[in-house]
Design a protein around this ligand. Structure first.
Ligand SMILES: Cc1cc2nc3c(=O)[nH]c(=O)nc-3n(C[C@H](O)[C@H](O)[C@H](O)COP(=O)(O)OP(=O)(O)OC[C@H]3O[C@@H](n4cnc5c(N)ncnc54)[C@H](O)[C@@H]3O)c2cc1C
Length: 456
C-alpha cells in the first residue's frame, strides 16, 4: 500500500516510475502471499480515506461501484472501550468496510491507469546499486528464479516500500552506512481471523472491542464486501492469543463478555479456516537520524510498523505519501539532501500514530521496550480519566474517535470544549452510574438515540 501511494505521488514529478512487486499479482482482489496480513480485518481510518480521495479523485465512487457500504462510526457501529459501551450518536466519521485485498486491488487499478507508472510483478528487488555516496538503482531477480536472469534498473530516486521485512537496513550496513537504530515495543499481540455467514444480520455494521490490561482480549466483527462478515480477535500475551483451531477459536469468541457480540454469533456460521498472525511488534527504524546515500528513501512499514490493533498502518502509509508530495514540491529528488529532508518529515508525520500505539502497548507489563516512563504514565492517567466520560458523553467520545481516526492529535484531546464536555459527562455519570444493560441502552445523554430501535 505504501508503494502504490508513493508511486502515485512520484508520477507527478518524474518522467517514469517503475513499481516492482515480488508477488505475481492476481487479476482481481484475491489474497496473495506477499501480504499475509491481508487475511485480517483492515480498517481504513477516516484520515486515510480522505487522503485516498485526494490522491485518486473520485475514489469513493470506486468504492460505491464495488458495493462497499458507508458506515458511520457510532451510529452504524458499536464500540466497547475500557469504561463500557460508547453512546450511539452521529459522529459524521464514515468508513468503508472492505477487505485489504480488494482495497489494494482498487488502488492498483487506479495506478495501472497512470501512463507514466510501469508495474512489474513477479520481480524481487535483491539489492541497491550503490556507488559514490548515491543509490543509482536496484538489482532484481524474477520469481521463480528460473523465469529470468538477474536484471538491474537505474533510477534517480529509489523508494523502499517493502514492508516490515525490508532489507534496506542490512543493505546499507553492508555498504558501510550503518543500519538505522531501531525502537522496538512488543506487547506480544496475537491475531486470529475467520469468515462467517450471518443467518440473521446483526444490528450493527461493525462491533469493536478494545483489549485492556485486566482483560487483554478484544476484536472486531465487521461486514465487508458482498455481505461477507469477518471476525478478527486479538489478545495481548501468548496465553491470550486466539487459537487457530476452528472450534477453539469459536470458543474463545464465545468467552468474551460482550452480549451484542454473543447475540450476533448465535446466528453466525463459520465459512472458512482460522488464520493466525503474530508479528505485531511496533518497530520504528530511525532513518531520520541515519546517514543515507543520495537517491534513496524508505517509507511505510519499512520505516514504522505498528501493532495493528488501532488500524493505523495503511493510513500512516497514506500520510507518508502526503509527506513525499510536500517534500517533492520543495526539493529536487536528485539533490543529495533529499533523504535528509524526507525522512525527518516522515518521522514527524507518523509520530502521533506511534505515540498512540506504543503508549497503549506499554500498559502491558510484559511488553518489550517497557516499562512506561513517567511521561507515558501521565498520558495513561489522563486518558483513563477521559475514558470515564465516554459512556455518557458523545462529545468526549467523538474527540477520542477523531484521535483514533488520526483527524485530531492526542494532545488536541485536552482542549477547553472537550474538558468542559468531560465535566458535564462526569456529572451525568454521578447522577446515573453505568447500568448492566448499557450495551442495549447505549448511553444516557439527551442527544443519544437508544439501540432499542436497532433491534438489539
Ligand atoms: C495482522 C495485521 C492487521 C492489520 N490491520 C490493519 C488495519 O486494520 N488497518 C491498517 O491501516 N493497517 C493494518 N495493518 C497494517 C498494514 O497492513 C500495513 O501497515 C500497510 O499495508 C502498509 O504496509 P506497506 O505497504 O509498507 O507494506 P506491505 O503492505 O507489507 O507491502 C509490502 C509489499 O512489498 C512486497 N515486497 C517485499 N519485499 C520485496 C522485494 N524484495 N521486492 C519486491 N517486492 C517486495 C511485498 O510482496 C508486498 O506487496 C495490519 C497489519 C497486520 C500485520
Amino acid at each position: 500500500m505504501a508503494g502504490l501511494l508513493a508511486a502515485r505521488v512520484a508520477s507527478q514529478f518524474a518522467a517514469q516510475v517503475t513499481l516492482m512487486e515480488r508477488d505475481h499479482l492476481p487479476p482481481d482482489g484475491r489474497f496473495r502471499p506477499g501480504t499475509p496480513q491481508a487475511r485480517h480485518v483492515h480498517g481504513l481510518l477516516a484520515r486515510g480515506l480522505n487522503i485516498l480521495n485526494d490522491l485518486f479523485p473520485g475514489f469513493d465512487a470506486d468504492l460505491d461501484a464495488a458495493g462497499i457500504a458507508r458506515v458511520e462510526w457510532m451510529w452504524d457501529t458499536m464500540q466497547h472501550v475500557p469504561t463500557g459501551w460508547t453512546p450511539r450518536y452521529h459522529s459524521g466519521i464514515v468508513s468503508r468496510p472492505i477487505t485489504r485485498p480488494l482495497l489494494e486491488h482498487l488502488v492498483r487499478t487506479r495506478i495501472r491507469a497512470i501512463p507514466n507508472i510501469r508495474l512489474r510483478d513477479g520481480l524481487e528487488v535483491t539489492g541497491l546499486l550503490l556507488e559514490d555516496g548515491r543509490v543509482h538503482g536496484v538489482t532484481m531477480q524474477s520469481r521463480p528464479r528460473s523465469a529470468g536472469a538477474p536484471e538491474s534498473l537505474r533510477a534517480d530516486l529509489v523508494i523502499d516500500a517493502s514492508g516490515r521485512a525490508s532489507k534496506s537496513s542490512e543493505w546499507l550496513a553492508e555498504a558501510g552506512y550503518g543500519a538505522p537504530n531501531e525502537t522496538l515495543i512488543d506487547a506480544h499481540m496475537g491475531y486470529g481471523t475467520r469468515e462467517y455467514a450471518m443467518e440473521t444480520r446483526p444490528p450493527f455494521d461493525a462491533l469493536l472491542a478494545l483489549p485492556r490490561p485486566d482483560d487483554p482480549r478484544g476484536g472486531v466483527l465487521t461486514v465487508v464486501e458482498d455481505g461477507r462478515w469477518l471476525m478478527t480477535l486479538a489478545g495481548y500475551g501468548e496465553e491470550h492469543h486466539p487459537p487457530t483451531d476452528g472450534d477453539a477459536f469459536d470458543a474463545y469468541a464465545r468467552a468474551l463478555p460482550l452480549e451484542p457480540l454473543q447475540n450476533a454469533l448465535a446466528h453466525a456460521r463459520p465459512v472458512g479456516p482460522v488464520y493466525g498472525y503474530h508479528r505485531t511488534a511496533n518497530i520504528f527504524r530511525h532513518y531520520e537520524r541515519a546517514r543515507l546515500p543520495a537517491g534513496f528513501i524508505v517509507t511505510g512499514d519499512a520505516v514504522c510498523a505498528f501493532n495493528p490493533v488501532y488500524g493505523q498502518g495503511m493510513t500512516a502509509s497514506a500520510i507518508a505519501a502526503e509527506t513525499l508530495h510536500h517534500t517533492l514540491l520543495r526539493h529536487d529528488a536528485r539533490d543529495p539532501a533529499f533523504p535528509a529532508n524526507f525522512q525527518p518529515a516522515l518521522a514527524r508525520a507518523v509520530a502521533d500514530a506511534w505515540l498512540m500505539a506504543t503508549s497503549e502497548d506499554l500498559r502491558y507489563e510484559h511488553a518489550i521496550g517497557g516499562p512506561a516512563n513517567l511521561k507515558t504514565r501521565v498520558q495513561h492517567g489522563a486518558l483513563d480519566i477521559l475514558f470515564q466520560a465516554v459512556p455518557v458523553s458523545p462529545k468526549v467520545s467523538k474527540a477520542l474517535l477523531e484521535t483514533l481516526h488520526m483527524l485530531r492529535s492526542p494532545l488536541g484531546l485536552f482542549t477547553p470544549d472537550v474538558l468542559a464536555a468531560f465535566g458535564v459527562g462526569m456529572l451525568k455519570r454521578l447522577a446515573r452510574p453505568p447500568q448492566a444493560n448499557d450495551a442495549v441502552e447505549a448511553g444516557g445523554g439527551d442527544d443519544i438515540a437508544t439501540r432499542v430501535e436497532g433491534g438489539l
